[in-house]
Design a protein around this ligand. Structure first.
Ligand code: ADE
Ligand code: ZN
Length: 335
């Protein structure tokens, strides 16, 4: 069996996917035309050509501009449905989707419009594809904590539809502790907690996200490897890290995949998972991330099984939900 077929057959969970980051240029142009929205590109080709990023911020500028094409519930539904179909082809059995409500409410799109569209797709994905999912509301860290609290107020009538909260956007200069009170409030409301930390930011941000926000998973976290004491803690407490190899290279966290630290993270005993982050912008969905990192770092098939197993166990699903996926995973591993 060739490597890509093997990867696709592994049942896996995707735990780090920004649904707005799955907006392919073709759909962006279709929606922009349908909605009468102007885009900063002349064509699909020009959009793709512009996806040459210097760092996280240069990506975020284009990512927020692209999200401007999304206006109606139907747009969010189509976006998420396209992602679920693509993820299903890659062997994703469960996905935990980040969404950035502030990007939309700031443009006059109602919080409910976003949530309704995403939820409709989630329901259909479960029924038609057998892919289960959860929604993770992300607060934008370049905005204030007061803005995050206002977003939580929008979310309050819908908390049964949202599983967790996260923290994303420009990391440098926006330490997690700025959001300590809103995360405490979310925890009291019964929401699970994750945060981006240690992508561009230093290991101290990872520590702060753990100790002051009380997060259960670290999104990215690759820079945690610079602090051996922190790594010991992450290993001891089995805190999962949602690593996104193609993203890290496109945003120049690593100069190339051969110099990515994922293999060293595995060797240290960290609970590493592989994810796509913003696949429409970074050149590949989850299976492509698995394939390229496996080839660049010479990972063997048992490493890929470990990464898939970690993703299932690190998800916010119950043990009962995980059991059939884990059994299927072991069957593929043995075949
Ligand atoms: N929003 C979308 N993708 C992101 C990333 N990789 N880091 C921070 N915020 C994001
Ligand atoms: Zn991300």
């Amino acid at each position: 069996m060739d490597l890509m077929t093997f990867i696709r057959r592994l049942p896996k969970a995707e735990l780090h996917i920004h649904i707005e980051g799955s907006l392919e240029p073709e759909m962006m142009f279709d929606l922009a035309r349908r909605n009468g929205v102007a885009l900063p590109y002349a064509s699909v080709e020009a959009a793709r050509a512009a996806y040459a990023f210097e760092d996280l911020q240069s990506f975020l500028d284009l990512y927020y501009a692209g999200a401007g094409a999304l206006l109606h519930g139907q747009d969010f539904y189509e976006l998420a449905m396209a992602y679920f179909r693509r993820a299903h082809e890659d062997g994703v059995v469960h996905a935990e989707l980040f969404f950035d409500p502030q990007t939309h409410t700031a443009r006059g799109v109602a919080f409910e419009t976003v949530l309704d569209g995403l939820e409709q797709a989630a329901t259909e994905a479960k029924a038609q594809l057998g892919v289960s999912s959860r929604l993770i509301l992300c607060f934008l860290r370049h905005l204030s904590e007061a803005d995050a609290f206002a977003t939580l107020e929008h979310a309050r009538p819908h908390l049964h539809r949202i599983h967790a909260v996260g923290l994303d956007s420009s990391e440098l200069g926006h330490p997690p502790a700025e959001f300590e009170r809103v995360f405490a409030c979310c925890r009291d409301l019964g929401l699970r907690l994750v945060a981006h930390a240690g992508e561009e930011g230093p290991p101290e941000y990872v520590r702060e996200a753990l100790d002051r926000l009380g997060i259960e998973r670290v999104d990215h976290g690759v820079r945690a490897m610079e602090d051996p004491v922190l790594v010991d803690k992450l290993v001891r407490e089995r805190v999962p890290l949602t690593v996104c190899p193609l993203s890290n290279v496109r945003l120049r966290v690593f100069p190339d995949l051969a110099r990515h630290n994922l293999k060293r993270m595995l060797a240290r005993g960290l609970c590493v998972t592989v994810n796509s982050d913003d696949p429409a912008y970074f050149g590949g969905y989850i299976a492509q991330n698995f394939l390229e990192i496996a080839l660049a770092l010479n990972l063997d098939r048992s490493d890929l099984v470990t990464l898939a197993r970690n993703s299932l166990q690190a998800s916010f699903t119950t043990r009962a939900e995980q059991a059939p996926w884990l059994a299927q995973l072991e069957a593929v591993a043995e075949a």
